[in-house]
Structures are given as C-alpha cells and as structure tokens.
Design a binder for this molecule. Structure first.
Ligand SMILES: Cc1ncc(COP(=O)(O)O)c(C=O)c1O
Length: 461
C-alpha cells in the first residue's frame, strides 16, 4: 500500500509542548476576542494549525499530530493530496466559479460520481447542486420531497444529526441546539433508531425483534397514530455525530419496505458516511437497499473544497426552476478535485484500504472490551466509535470520553467525541491512511484510555 503514502514530511507524531503551546495560546486568545462564542473544535482541541499533509497536521508551535478528525470526515484523501492539488491547480487558471452553468469540470464530476453507483440507480438518479454545506443539501432534500408529495410532515430518527440550518436542526435529535431557538420547523416526528447499546425501547437483545422499526410501522399504519403520511423519512445509515451507530440491517430493510409500500420517499443522509467512509462508496449499499434521495457533501471533493449535492429519483423532479437556488453551487475547484478523487480511489484501491484498515482497527481495539468503562467499540470501514459508560449505572460517561480526547491529543492524536453527552470517542481518519499510522494512532488511543480509566477508577475509590 505504499502508493497510498503521500510523501508527507512526517511519519510520526511528536508533541514537545504543554498544550496549547505558546503560539497556539496566542492564536486561541485572538480567536476568543474576534470569533463567535459558538465556535467548537478548538475548545477541546486547543491548537492553532500551521500546515498539514496526508494524515498529519502541524500546529504553530511545531507539534505534529495524527489527524483522525480529518476535517470532520471531509479529507477523505488526507490533507493536500498531491493529485488533487494538481487537479485543482490546473482548474484554477481556467474557471473557479460557475453558478449552475454546465461546465466541463462539473460534467466530469457528475460522470465520476455516477460511475460509483450501481447501474440501475445510476440511470434513475438526477443531481441537484446545492449551497455548499451538508445542511443546505438536507434542506433541499426536504423541499424536494415536500414539493413532490404535496405533504408537509417529515420523519426523522432520535440521535440523528443533519446540520445546523433551521430545517436541518429541526430534524436533528440534539435538543440542546434547538432549545435556545424557539419556533423551529413544524411537522417533524422523531422515531427510535436501532441504537441497541442504549435501546430506545429499553429492550435487551434477546427480547428484541427490531421493535424500533415495528413501532414506526404500527404508528404509520394506525389511523389513530397521530402522524400524517409524511413527505419523507430521513435516515443516516451510520449515525455519525450521534456517536457512530451503524443501523441494524433489519431495521433499515424494514424502513425501506415500509416507505416503498406507503409511497414515502426515503432520504438517506450520507453526508458523513458517504464517499467511501464505510468501505463502500455509499453506506446504504451494505444494506441491500436503494433510497429515493441521497444527500452527499463532506468528502465529495476529497480535499475540503466545499460542494453539496442531492441525487434523487427522476420521478421526484417536479420542482420548479429556481426552487432551490444558491450562489455557491458552482465550485469548479471542488468539481476538479472530486473527479480526480474518484480516479485516485480506483487507482489506489482506497475502498480496499478502508476495509483493511477497518479490520486492523477492530483487532487493535479488541482489548478495550475488557475495560469496565468501555461499553461498546463499533464501526464500519473507517468510521469508529468507542462508547464510555459508567459501570455502576450504565449512564453515558461523557467526561471520561473528553478526558481521553485530551490525553490522546497530548500524545499526538486528534480525535473527536460525539453521541449522548459526548460519551463516544470517534475515529475518522483519512481513507488512504497507512497501516503504520493506524498502528501508531491505535497505540496512542489505547494508552490514553488506559491512563484515563485508571485515574477515574482511582478517583472513584
Ligand atoms: C449526517 C450529517 N448530515 C448533515 C451534516 C451537516 O453538514 P454541514 O456541517 O456541512 O452543514 C452533517 C455534519 O456533520 C452530518 O454528519
């Protein structure tokens, strides 16, 4: 897999300073003065970034970290992949912004994306280019389905995350984001997701027959169920921000069967799980279903230049010209990089690497099951979560996960947290990460967890 290596100047992390280092501290202070109180990542990852390459970032103090956050899953081929940089550089002098005019770069991007779909799906899908965020594409998907069905309600799932715009936030589970913003989008109904580690119906695996799907079925079929036939059901195959929770296969299949039977468009939000993250181009492929609408964004360009699309069944294409506009729908640099990214995926068998590195992570983290504070280690491909729970009452141990994140950072590994009360440490490395980097990162993580849980046990004693 040496072709995956991208001549990064770094092969190992090193942290030579207390964090934040002195220059990072200056930048963080400036940020606090100039930027919004709503800023997030640097609060728990207190560094200012100078440069990056492949799976590594270097902060302004010279500390080098392995980056298993990868721009929140955006940098599927790592930082500054040379082939993507070359494709963008070539495009830069030609055309950078094209509104929604057809352009050669856009057409190449579309063809590349279509080539990653199964033939049947490829033939029935149309693209809409949205404003360049996942949330904007989620909004577009809801508008499309409402327009096509003439219905106003939407079904979403507990624990899901779909973005921070008004509508995307409304279908997101995270109550703390919604509470301070009254009068959200109406007509949203939340149903339980197949989160078996914390079953929303309080069932144990031996008594479960995927009752979460059954509950949805019964509610929609019950004339007294209180939920009108919705415009859409929106679903993540793997809840990402919700704590890396892969949906159960029978749950997804039953939701698909039900939505087909009742004529409800099924929207799969693949903003985080898409573009190879789980080992197939889209995660829904692993569930043997085909959705009506696919939402994709984050890793479409592979290098962080923003782009967001919905792909949808052409029978839904009844919305009017201008139904979902946006100035920034024509980022030619993102299109050039995205088309090149697909070529690199094929050339370097990046999906194969995702599967192999995923198996490597399974093996490397297997010992964590013995830790009483680790309630579950789960994932698909290169999307992994380690959930921490209090062994006495099973409650989410968010503080411990945050402590692990801080200790991992001090040892040279950037990871994110998520899930209920942030009790899940999440791993989202670049998809072309090498075996050596995965080995180093897992060793750091296992060490950080051992240290944090040992100290926790001491405190409790
Ligand atoms: C599944 C999912 N949908 C939508 C979004 C929103 O994307 P953006 O932050 O680009 O608006 C995210 C972001 O993390 C996501 O994970």
């Amino acid at each position: 897999m040496t072709s995956l290596d991208q001549c990064s100047p770094w092969t190992a992390p090193h942290v030579d300073h207390e964090l934040p280092g002195p220059r990072s501290a200056e930048f963080l202070a400036l940020q606090q003065r100039h930027e919004s109180n709503a800023r997030t990542y640097p609060r728990r990852l207190p560094i200012a970034i100078e440069e990056a390459s492949g799976s590594f970032v270097r902060d302004v103090d010279g500390n080098v970290f392995i980056d298993f956050l990868a721009g929140a899953g955006v940098l599927s081929l790592g930082h500054n992949h040379p082939d993507l940089v070359a494709a963008m550089t070539a495009q830069l002098g030609r055309l950078t912004h094209g509104l929604d005019f057809p352009t050669p770069a856009k057409e190449e991007f579309i063809e590349a994306q279509l080539s990653m779909l199964a033939p049947g799906l490829r033939d029935r899908m149309k693209f809409h280019f949205c404003g360049p965020t996942g949330a904007n594409a989620v909004d577009a998907a809801l508008k499309l389905c409402k327009t096509a069905t003439g219905r106003g309600d939407v079904i979403s799932f507990q624990g899901g995350f779909h973005g921070s715009s008004h509508a995307a936030m409304a279908i997101t589970g995270l109550v703390s984001q919604k509470q301070p913003v009254p009068n959200g989008v109406p007509g949203i109904h939340f149903f339980p997701y197949s989160y078996c580690a914390r079953c929303p119906l309080d069932l144990t695996p031996d008594t479960c027959t995927t009752n979460c799907a059954g509950y949805l079925e019964r509610s929609l079929r019950d004339g007294n169920g209180g939920v009108p036939l919705p415009a859409a059901v929106i679903l993540e195959m793997v809840q990402g921000e919700g704590g890396i929770i892969p949906a159960r296969a029978d749950f997804v299949r039953r939701v698909r069967e039900l939505t087909l039977e009742l004529g409800i468009p099924l929207v799969v939000d693949e903003v985080q799980s898409g573009c190879g993250r789980t080992g197939t181009w889209f995660a829904f492929e692993q569930y043997g279903i085909e959705p009506d609408v696919i939402v994709a964004s984050k890793a479409l360009s592979g290098i962080g230049t923003p782009v967001a699309v919905i792909l949808y069944d052409r029978r839904l294409d009844v919305w009017a010209p201008g139904a979902h506009t946006g100035t920034f729908r024509g980022n030619q640099l993102a299109f050039a990089a995205g088309a090149e990214a697909v070529r690199v995926f094929r050339r370097d068998d990046v999906l194969g690497n995702v599967r192999q590195r995923g198996e490597q992570i399974t093996r490397a983290l297997a010992g964590l099951h013995a830790d009483p504070w680790v309630s579950e280690v789960r994932g698909r491909g290169l999307m992994w979560g380690i959930e921490f729970a209090d062994p006495t009452d099973g409650g989410p141990a968010g503080e411990l996960a945050t402590e692990v994140q801080a200790r991992a950072l001090r040892r040279g590994l950037i990871v994110e947290v998520g899930g209920r009360a942030d009790c899940v440490v999440r791993l989202m490395p670049p998809l072309n990460v090498t075996a050596e980097v995965v080995d180093t990162a897992c060793a750091i993580l296992v060490g950080a967890i051992a240290e944090a849980t040992r100290d926790k046990a001491r405190q409790e004693a």
